[in-house]
Design a protein around this ligand. Structure first.
Ligand SMILES: [Zn+2]
Length: 265
């Protein structure tokens, strides 16, 4: 019902009372899916971009500000520095039309460090993106918390500077699973879901199928690398087949988070 209620709310606000089927901005899309890829694996992210391009889609890619620094050493088991890309890569992919968004300063769990330091990490991350990613502006950005770990205070802090924050769905949505489709340009708290550390193909398949059979909304699945890269990887063949199938579904939009906010709000 979330979806329908939002439609109705917007109808009333516009004073149109338009029937759902004639709703002007929806293009009859009732379901939005974002596959939100984290961490910035160089090889995987180029391949993910290429697969999306093959189906006329834009990839949602979230990268760590300092992942390419020699000093970067967070979770080397899942994010070894040698396989992470740098801002030349991210600028290249952005120029090809993909969405590159901030995924923290150095991938710390901000709920486990002093609040003051956590806020400084958010500031440093956004400043780095402003300086090194062409065409980026924080006011249109989605800040993606590492480990999808946040507190209301940290979300509020980030939302003073960015358009939206993405964090754990379990923190915001509980058993609802989906975010409402945005109806205005207010700042957003977005909840996402993921699975790991093993392959997440089966999990993704199940979540997407359940979502497609539901009344709709905006499902954000948090993925990482392809095949042997990253925590909870998705296999290349599975991702390719999934996007091929999904782009044939008329009532579904597959797009990056920032683009959803631009299009729908
Ligand atoms: Zn991450």
């Amino acid at each position: 019902m979330i979806n329908r209620r939002n439609f109705l709310k917007k109808s009333i606000a516009l004073g149109t009372g338009a029937a759902l089927s004639r709703f002007p901005f929806s293009e009859n899309k009732t379901h939005i899916l974002t596959l939100s890829f984290d961490d910035g694996f160089k090889k995987s992210f180029y391949r993910i971009a290429e697969i999306h391009e093959n189906y006329g889609l834009k990839a949602c890619l979230n990268v760590i500000a300092t992942g390419h620094f020699k000093s970067f050493n967070t979770d080397p088991q899942w994010m070894p520095r040698e396989i992470l890309g740098n801002f030349d890569d991210w600028n290249t992919l952005k120029q090809r039309g993909h969405e590159i968004m901030p995924h923290t300063w150095k991938h710390l769990n901000l709920t486990q460090i002093p609040v003051k330091k956590a806020k400084r990490n958010i500031d440093k991350c956004l400043a780095y993106f402003e300086k090194h990613l062409e065409g980026y502006s924080s006011e249109n950005a989605v800040y993606n918390f590492a480990y999808n770990a946040s507190t209301t205070e940290l979300e509020d802090y980030a939302m003073q500077k960015v358009k939206a924050v993405r964090t754990g769905g379990w923190l915001l949505l509980k058993d609802k699973k989906v975010n409402p489709i945005p109806v205005n340009d207010a700042s957003q708290r977005l909840g996402c879901w993921g699975y790991g550390p093993g392959f997440c193909d089966n999990y993704t398949e199940q979540e997407v199928n359940t979502f497609l059979q539901s009344e709709g909304g905006w499902l954000i699945l948090n993925l990482h690398g392809l095949d042997n890269e990253g925590w909870g990887p998705v296999s290349t063949g599975y991702l390719d087949g999934l996007l091929k199938r999904l782009t044939k579904i008329e009532h579904l939009d597959v797009m990056p988070t920032g683009e959803v906010l631009r299009k729908w709000s």
